[in-house]
Design a protein around this ligand. Structure first.
Ligand code: DAH
Length: 340
């Protein structure tokens, strides 16, 4: 029997050494220590042995049992550590590998790009952004801007009326009234926003469009302040090479009024289809604020004076980016928008 125990010990040691995984180890465990395992059989056979022999074999068998249990447990631990190590090796991350792009990045709308350039140029000259509602009192859109009842600009064929006294603003100029009533002069504001007019959509008209208003209120404002500011502004937005010119015009809320042209950004003033051969492009309306407007907002026109200007942001975007049809800017076709 002691011989048998030696055999078992030797065989178990060899198999333990060769064990590659948990399953092999379990098979070894069962075949030696299991119910009908080799060592269990020796222990069972001891009952039939002589007393003195039984004690000797019993001691040896129990010692071997303990030894093998310990060795198997140690091997089990080693195997599981090795497994975890292999798993970690397989899962190593290359943190220097560039990430995969999950989807196309969004881009800014050309109108937003144009607006930000205009705004930044003006903010650089001390203007602060101001805001007003799209649904506006007709009193602010017209009456207080010196556009009396019966004026053609109020025509229901041009303006969307919500009711008798409320409209969708047809320009951002009512924000001049709001800022004059709200802010303490002197101040300079830049006011962007959507405007609405009853217009049949075509390449240069859209019933919704985006304007931007500028207003400077101070003492002793003159036409020269207006010209100097707008020339600086035009160069900041359209480049130093661009030429400017002022043409007399008429707006009820300014006196005198002027429109500013810039030399055509496409043909550089030679004459082309975009500037209709004139070499010039009209970009904004402007003027020295009519004293009636200042008075209408509760300020003394003898103390305070102002100049104002308004331009189409979508038009500036068209000129800057060569967009041939204004409707493209309101359709949100991703194929068009992804180009900017
Ligand atoms: N509100 C005018 C329009 O929609 C544009 C304009 C002209 C704004 C002259 C002004 C200005 O502030 O002074 O056509």
């Amino acid at each position: 029997m002691l011989e048998r125990l030696k055999e078992i010990r030797l065989e178990a040691a060899e198999r333990l050494e060769a064990c590659k995984d948990e399953a092999e180890l379990e098979a070894l465990n069962v075949s030696v220590l299991g119910r009908s395992g080799a060592l269990t059989e020796v222990l069972r056979a001891m009952g039939a042995m002589h007393k003195t022999k039984r004690a000797e074999v019993g001691q040896a068998a129990n010692a071997l049992k303990r030894e093998l249990e310990e060795k198997i447990a140690a091997k089990r631990k080693a195997l599981s550590l090795r497994l975890a190590e292999l798993k970690l090796l397989k899962e190593t991350l290359d943190i220097t590998e560039p990430g995969r792009l999950l989807c196309k990045r969004g881009r800014l709308h050309p109108m937003t790009l144009a607006y930000r350039e205009i705004r930044d140029a003006l903010v650089g000259m001390g203007f602060i952004p101001f805001d007003g509602p799209e649904v506006e009192l007709d009193e602010y859109c017209f009456t207080l801007l010196n556009i009396p009842p019966g004026h053609p600009a109020r025509d229901v064929q041009d303006t969307f009326y919500i009711n008798e006294s409320v409209v969708l603003r047809p320009h951002t100029s009512p924000c001049q009234i709001r800022s004059l009533k709200q802010l303490e002069p002197p101040f300079r504001v830049v006011i962007p926003g959507r405007c609405f007019r009853v217009d049949e959509p075509d390449a240069s008209h859209s019933p919704v469009f985006m304007q931007m208003e500028g207003l400077v209120v101070d003492r002793h404002i003159t036409l020269s302040d207006l010209k100097g500011t707008l020339e600086t502004f035009a160069h900041a937005v359209f480049g130093e090479d661009v030429k400017t010119r002022f043409r007399p015009s008429y707006f009820p809320f300014t006196e005198p009024s002027a429109e500013m042209d810039i030399s055509c950004t496409i043909c550089k003033g030679k004459g082309c289809r975009v500037c209709k051969g004139s070499g010039w492009l009209e970009i904004l309306g402007s003027g020295v604020t009519n004293p009636h407007v200042i008075e209408n907002c509760g300020l003394d026109p003898h103390e305070w004076s102002a100049f104002a200007f308004g331009l189409g942001v979508d038009r500036v975007a068209s000129l800057k980016y060569g967009i041939p049809d204004i409707r493209l800017q309101y359709e949100n076709d991703a194929r068009f928008l992804s180009q900017f």
